[in-house]
Structure formats: structure tokens, C-alpha cells
Design a protein around this ligand. Structure first.
Ligand code: HEC
Length: 110
């Protein structure tokens, strides 16, 4: 009996932890499409103004490193003058969510 209780407690705490990580598609829609566009092309108004890379382009994807993508998402992006171009998402997204987003972006390649 005790064993079953412990097991079900373990299982439910596991489910709670999993529920905290939002799916990458939701995180992308909620935080990133404003600039990068839903398809990652950066072809919207903001994307054009900011001259964003087109993540549907295989050559663009090949030139990007996963670690730089993680760094950009966690630390944000600044221009040479130190002005913020993309905010840091390290307080909004867990490490797992950031990694999921990198994988999600990798899938945008056409
Ligand atoms: C305010 C507009 C804006 C928002 C919102 C935004 N970004 Fe960015 N992002 C930029 C800019 C500007 C750059 C730098 C130019 C570039 O790499 O195209 C950039 C660069 C990146 C890079 C770096 C790519 C490389 O070259 O290594 C990644 C990855 C990225 N963004 C992902 C995201 C993700 C994921 C989100 C949402 C959680 C997000 N961005 C939200 C503007 C934005």
C-alpha cells in the first residue's frame, strides 16, 4: 500500500513538472512571431525593419550554430552600440523550453 502511494506521488509530481514546460509552438507563438513571423521567415513588418534572418532558408540554417541560438534566446541580442534588438528570455523560459525552441526553429527549414 505504502509503495503504491509513493509511486503515485512520484507520478503526479512528474506530471506537474512536465506541465510547467509549455510546448515550443506555444512559446514561439506567444513570444517570437511578432518579430520572426509564424513561419520564421522574418518577412513581417518588424522582421523587415529589424532585417531578421530567414529561418526557412537552408543556407541561413546551416550558418547558425545551436549554441549561438541558445545564447541569443537566453541572453538577447544587442547591436554594436549596446542597444537591445531582442530581449533576453532567460527569465521567461526554462533551459528545456529554450532547447525545444532551437529544435522548433531547426524544423522551419524548407
Ligand atoms: C523584438 C523582436 C524580436 C523578438 C520578439 C524575438 N527576436 Fe529573436 N532576434 C531578433 C533580432 C533583431 C535578432 C538578431 C538578428 C538576426 O539574427 O536575425 C534575433 C536573433 C535571434 C536568434 C539568433 C540566430 C543566430 O544567428 O544565431 C535566434 C535563435 C532568435 N532570435 C530566436 C528567437 C526566439 C526563440 C524568440 C522568442 C522566444 C525571439 N527570437 C524573439 C529580434 C527578436
Amino acid at each position: 500500500m505504502k509503495k503504491i502511494l509513493v509511486l503515485s506521488l512520484l507520478a503526479s509530481s512528474f506530471m506537474v513538472t512536465a506541465a510547467f514546460a509549455a510546448p515550443a509552438a506555444d512559446n514561439w507563438d506567444n513570444n517570437c512571431t511578432k518579430c520572426h513571423s509564424a513561419d520564421g521567415s522574418g518577412s513581417g513588418k518588424m522582421g523587415k525593419r529589424l532585417k531578421l534572418k530567414n529561418y526557412t532558408d537552408a543556407a541561413v540554417q546551416a550558418a547558425m550554430k545551436d549554441e549561438d541560438m541558445v545564447k541569443a534566446i537566453k541572453g538577447g541580442v544587442r547591436d554594436e552600440a549596446g542597444k537591445e534588438r531582442m530581449k533576453s528570455f532567460k527569465d521567461d523560459l526554462s533551459d528545456a523550453e529554450v532547447n525545444d525552441l532551437v529544435a522548433y526553429i531547426r524544423n522551419m527549414k524548407k
